[in-house]
Write a protein that binds this ligand. Structure first.
Ligand code: ZN
Ligand code: ZN
Length: 453
């Protein structure tokens, strides 16, 4: 008998974590991430006993899939499997998480080091890997097309094949090839993401073309472009688009923050990239550089890529505050904008608020305990637009992918578990599966539920 237990990512995007177990008591953990919600409650996945785990599989480096992994390495050393690229990115992202939220986390740097030492790199797709010490348990990785290093995995346990998609993209993007979806065995169950089940993305090439034309228009009129983007994948995707489709060779492109080091390290894993971008002629501002360096970047840069994608913290705020009162400039948002974030307010309401005080200037770089904040609205005169560079399947693509899967004819009523989406997106996907895919049953699980596969 094979059991699935949901430890997170149920009717939410965040803290992806699932446990598979068999009658012999073998256990496999699929992802162990954190939630990025503001409050500190429910930010971690359901508890497990690390010494009972035979294997941990990490689908990709985003912290909603990897952020709680070190917690499993406090008292034990379960085998942890991921690609080499994911390993490199996990180190960056969890180091950064420890720097920012260290005291609030239930683990420290030593546990991250223990995790890193325990990681077993698997780079080959489609090759079965046996899990030591677990009876008849193995897994295979398949390219998920989501970000560099991302995988889907098929776990074989108790004679059943379970596909876990992690985060998934089935179309080519500039940086990544589409997910490889044609090498799965007959399946008994699927755990699928549901993030954008209700969305239809515009055709990618159109978005790229529209974006490059818009950047060119701004530069032609003597303005500067700020592109707020997360340091992993999106920054490099934008760089690759600018270098491949645009002709901005004589323009000064600046990358601020963690993206700099990641961009250079990703090039060491260039076999996982569809487009190998170039770091020549790209100017960097290091994470810990001072305000003067940013001022220089602001004075000389034509195109500035800086975190965070939704203008919620990160150095992009410094640039936006100094750029948006000029109508020649532009802020091009390239990430999804969650409701209530400064990016969404800027885009939809054309408003930008910052916190100022007399001696320190804007809220940028201010310590958490500083008081005397005063909200100041900065007039938005710059062009503000959003371009959909999503790294997830949209609804139609997700359904096409699920329709293409082949299920084991001997399994009665195989299930597709819809996770990793807000409640409406999970329900929407489940309804569509119910209506359009014969012979399978959709399930929208709740946190902490148990199912027999
Ligand atoms: Zn992701
Ligand atoms: Zn995710």
């Amino acid at each position: 008998m094979t059991k699935l237990e949901t430890l997170g990512a149920c009717r939410e995007v965040g803290r992806s974590a699932f446990r598979l177990s068999n009658s012999e008591g073998d256990q496999v953990i699929l992802d162990y991430g954190v939630s990025m919600k503001e409050n500190n409650k429910d930010n971690f996945p359901g508890d497990v006993e690390p010494r009972k785990i035979n294997a941990v599989i990490c689908s990709h480096a985003h912290v909603d899939h990897s952020g709680a992994l070190p917690y499993l390495y406090i008292s034990s050393r379960p085998n942890c499997y991921m690609t080499a690229t994911t390993r490199m990115l996990v180190k960056y992202l969890l180091d950064d998480m420890l720097n920012i939220s260290g005291p609030t986390l239930p683990f420290e740097e030593i546990e991250l080091r223990n995790l890193m030492k325990t990681v077993q790199v698997v780079n080959e797709f489609g090759k079965s890997v046996k899990i030591p010490g677990a009876t008849g348990c193995s897994f295979t990785f398949h390219d998920a097309g989501h970000i560099p290093g991302s995988i889907m995995t098929v776990i074989t346990m108790g004679g059943k094949n379970i596909l876990y998609t992690g985060d998934l993209n089935t179309i080519d993007t500039r940086l990544q090839w589409a997910a490889k979806t044609n090498r799965f065995p007959l399946l008994d169950a699927v755990i699928t993401e549901s993030t954008y089940s209700q969305v239809t993305h515009p055709p990618r090439q159109e978005t790229e073309q529209r974006f490059v034309t818009a950047v060119k228009d701004v530069l032609d009129r003597g303005g500067q472009v700020l592109i707020p983007a997360f340091g992993v994948a999106r920054s490099q995707e934008i760089l690759a688009v600018l270098q491949t489709i645009g002709s901005f060779h004589n323009k000064k492109i600046i990358i601020d923050g963690m993206a700099r080091d990641i961009s250079e390290d990703l090039l060491k894993h260039s076999d996982t990239l569809r487009t190998v971008y170039s770091m020549n002629r790209v100017t960097m501002v290091k994470t810990k550089k001072t305000r003067e360096d940013r001022l220089k970047a602001l004075e000389t840069g034509d195109i500035i890529i800086a975190p965070s994608g939704m203008l919620k913290g990160g150095t992009a705020r410094y640039y936006v505050e100094n750029m948006i009162d000029d109508p020649d400039n532009a802020v091009f948002l390239v990430s999804y904008q969650v409701k209530g974030t400064p990016g969404q307010v800027l885009l939809d309401e054309h408003r930008y608020e910052t916190e100022m005080d007399d001696d320190r200037g804007s809220s940028f770089n201010r310590g958490k305990n500083d008081t005397a904040k005063q909200k100041v609205e900065i007039k938005v005169k710059a062009q503000v637009e959003r371009f959909d560079f999503s790294s997830h399947c949209d609804g139609p693509e997700l359904l096409k992918f699920l329709k293409g899967l082949k299920f084991n004819p001997d399994t009665h009523d195989p299930k597709i578990y819809c996770v990793h989406g807000d409640p409406d997106s999970c329900d929407f996907l489940a309804k569509a599966i119910g209506e359009q895919i014969k012979g399978v049953a959709p399930v929208v699980p709740k946190f902490g539920e148990e199912f027999t596969i």
